[in-house]
Ligand binder design. Structure first.
Ligand SMILES: Cc1ncc(COP(=O)(O)O)c(C=O)c1O
Length: 473
């Protein structure tokens, strides 16, 4: 028992906790003030593997706090204004504290008894956001672990409500399918295949020059599917796409879905949050026509990952996706809002609502609106800086906080851009990512840090140019 008593020692928890907070606060200050030079400490995978094996082999020589410090040192720093890479936002410090508390409490949330506070806060959080979709009177929803799972859950709900027969009991009798833009996140394709619909179960609609869905092709693709004996039950709109941040025309998709009685799901993992901004809500016009919307709080709403809301226009439709008897959990089979495992794929679930609610309660919706406006505005600034700069090409004007661009030069531009991105990561002063669009390699930035300035962006472009010059020399 001595070992276990040590593991739960109150005094050392207190002391390490204080040290940990000091360490994280120092890191936050260093990042925000750009005193820390590196955003990413690049290490080849095999080198990282060796390093951490060695940590394990020598663990008696270094203490736990040294280990934590090392983790901090080697991890990519999202709170650094020169982080301009993937879509995850730097978490608001208050939400990170809520995360610590939720890990400490570890309330499982599958059933109400295991999450009296977090279950109730989850309902509250959903109700705070429903009005932004125009669903305050009819809607409902829940939080779930990530956009991937939210999209799958929404499509399972679509199947439960739109497919003929009782699939839960008898399995799928006929070929079912959904329609989605070819530019949609891969998890939508994955969801169709997880549901056993195979390649035929996902009908990809070509995208236009800006990578939004060509909605004028929908009728033709639906007719073709019907002629092949495929029953389309759902259509997914992207708000926005991952690669270029383009919003599909949700209004057009909504009308099409209504005409053909299809379930309309909006994958708003990245950009549904535009509804919070008076300036940018036009991007998501038509979103209220959806049957369901997935929205990641960890991409554009300052929450730590994973925290995703799945919202239903008709709140009752969130029930019935999973119809299961579990006598050890549920006392009755009713549609009670407070037993979360009846609605979600997860059984034990993280207390995500603590993070989201702490943001809403402490920072408020005005701060969230300011955040969205700021990062969307900054991305327009970055696009303008690139557009007028010799030797650079802008893919398109950005819709949200994602922008694609590339260097142009003599020879193979794909190789050139790949080279400068790799060099940037290896040096570590900036972080940006890449994508391939119709065979062309594009550099890609998501501005998730509200403190990224025009100077940071100019410095980033200058840094990339210096690698091009070194390569040419
Ligand atoms: C449009 C879109 N949908 C879904 C996802 C997946 O979300 P998550 O990473 O939260 O599972 C992403 C992630 O980048 C995305 O951009």
């Amino acid at each position: 028992m001595k070992r276990l008593e040590n593991a739960f020692d109150v005094a050392s928890f207190r002391q390490m906790g204080h040290e940990m907070i000091d360490m994280l606060a120092d890191q936050l200050g260093d990042n925000l003030e750009r005193r820390k030079e590196r955003v990413i400490t690049w290490m080849e995978p095999e080198a990282a593997w060796e390093k951490w094996q060695s940590d394990w082999n020598n663990r008696s020589e270094t203490g736990t706090m040294d280990f934590f410090r090392e983790v901090l040192q080697d991890s990519i720093a999202l709170s650094h204004p020169r982080y301009m890479g993937h879509q995850i936002n730097p978490p608001a410090p208050v939400a990170a504290l809520a995360g610590l508390m939720s890990d400490f409490l570890n309330n499982g949330m599958g059933v109400y008894e295991m999450g009296v506070v977090s279950t109730t806060l989850e309902r509250l959080v959903i109700h705070l956001f429903l009005p932004y979709f125009g669903w305050e009177h009819s809607g409902g929803g829940f939080l779930t672990s990530g956009g991937t799972l939210a999209n799958l859950t929404a499509l399972l709900a679509a199947r439960a409500h739109k497919a003929p027969g009782d699939i839960w009991k008898n399995g799928t009798g006929e070929q079912l399918a959904l329609m989605v833009s070819e530019e949609a996140h891969y998890c939508v394709d994955r969801a169709a295949r997880i549901m056993g619909w195979g390649a035929q179960g996902i009908i990809k609609i070509p995208s236009d020059a800006r990578h939004g869905m060509q909605t004028d092709l929908l009728e033709e693709y639906l007719d073709r599917a019907k002629a092949s004996g495929i029953r389309v039950i759902a259509i997914v709109g992207s708000a926005c796409t991952t690669s270029t941040g383009t919003y599909d025309d949700l209004e057009a998709i909504g009308h099409f879905a209504r005409k053909h009685d299809l379930w309309f799901h909006v994958d708003g993992a990245h950009g549904a949050s535009a509804v919070l901004s008076k300036k940018y809500q036009y991007l998501a016009k038509g979103i209220s026509m959806a049957d369901s919307i997935a929205m990641d709080f960890h991409k554009t709403l300052l929450s730590p990952a994973l925290t995703t809301g799945l919202f239903f226009r008709d709140g009752k439709q969130r029930f019935g996706t999973f119809v299961q008897q579990a006598d050890y959990l549920f006392e009755k089979q009713e549609e009670d809002w407070y037993n979360m495992a009846k609605q979600t794929l997860e059984c034990t679930k993280l207390m995500m609502s603590l993070k989201v609610y702490s943001i809403c309660r402490t920072l408020g919706f005005d701060t969230l609106e300011e955040y969205i406006d700021r990062v969307f505005d900054q991305t327009r600034h970055l696009a303008a800086l690139i557009d007028g700069r010799p030797g650079w090409e802008l893919k398109q004007d950005p819709d949200c906080n994602i922008v694609c661009f590339r260097m142009t030069g003599e020879g193979d531009d794909n190789e050139l851009n790949e080279f400068v991105r790799k060099a940037t990561i290896q040096h570590g002063k900036f972080y940006l990512v890449r994508t391939i669009l119709r065979g062309t390699y594009w550099l890609r930035c998501t501005l998730t840090n509200p403190f990224t300035t025009d100077q940071d962006m100019l410095d980033m472009l200058g840094e990339l140019e210096s690698y091009r010059n070194q390569r040419q020399a």
